[in-house]
Design a protein around this ligand. Structure first.
Ligand SMILES: [Zn+2]
Length: 250
């Protein structure tokens, strides 16, 4: 992901103290996509807002099974709430190449950037990096008889897919994600999307951006503009996979 976009996304998100990772998602029908998080009743939204203590921490968005059955189509529900796996080469995004981000279908959390998407040949959208590790949680999965590492959305617990350690450089990771669990947002719609997303999951609005006079000179070092060295980050990521066998399939 370019430094320019990375900084842009960090600014828009207004959180994520740690290293940013990337990822993206695509949608053949971006205008009709469920970009903003699932609409909720005003009562529920207010409740979520009250539980959001700070912008540096993502709130959880936990809902009943009935809620998800109502908000998701059968395929999305099967994948995200029943840990299902869509057929290879059948999803909306395995062969999608537009520029943007891929967000959680349940809560709208931005998960992957298109710049970290690659053709894995598996028939599922694959990424070598996630936008922020803060947005995901992983745990061992023995459901298939093989030890794999399941990937879930940290905000709404949606099952997304699995992560393997046979991905390309620089991370060596392959996030193998079901198209039904994500939704594409075009790059030009990112700011509006982030605003909607923050509102829906109960994060406060972002502060207005500083004026040109208030901005620091570009020559001044900025932590987020330092070259991103992935060696240490990759090591951390691969540590997560030590328990996992390098199963190239799903
Ligand atoms: Zn989610």
């Amino acid at each position: 992901m370019s430094v320019r976009f990375r900084n842009c996304l960090i600014g828009l998100l207004g959180l994520i103290p740690g290293p940013m990772i990337v990822e993206a998602a695509a949608d053949e029908k971006p205008k009709n996509a469920t970009v903003s998080p699932v609409p909720e009743s005003k009562e529920k939204t207010a409740k979520t807002a009250r539980t959001a203590k700070s912008s540096s921490k993502l709130p959880r968005m936990l809902r009943s099974d009935r809620f998800w059955r109502t908000k998701l189509d059968p395929g999305q529900y099967y994948v995200t709430r029943r840990k299902g796996t869509e057929q290879a080469f059948s999803g909306m995004y395995w062969n999608h190449h537009e520029d943007g981000i891929y967000a959680c279908i349940g809560c709208g959390t931005p998960l992957f950037d298109s710049e970290a998407k690659f053709d894995s040949g598996t028939g599922w959208p694959s990424y070598w990096q996630v936008i922020s590790r803060n947005y995901l949680k992983t745990h061992p999965d023995l459901s298939s008889g093989l030890l794999r590492t399941e990937v879930n959305c940290r905000v709404c617990d949606a099952h997304l897919g699995h992560v393997f350690d046979d991905g390309p450089r620089p991370t060596g990771l392959r996030y193998c994600i079901n198209s039904a669990s994500i939704n594409f947002v075009a790059r030009e719609d990112l700011k509006e999307y982030i605003d909607d997303w923050r509102k829906a999951i109960g994060l406060p609005p972002l502060e207005p951006e500083p004026t040109a006079e208030e901005k620091k000179p570009e020559t001044e070092p900025s932590p987020v503009e330092k070259p991103v060295k992935n060696e240490s980050t990759d090591a951390e990521k691969n540590t997560e996979l030590r328990e996992s066998s390098a199963n190239p399939g799903r």
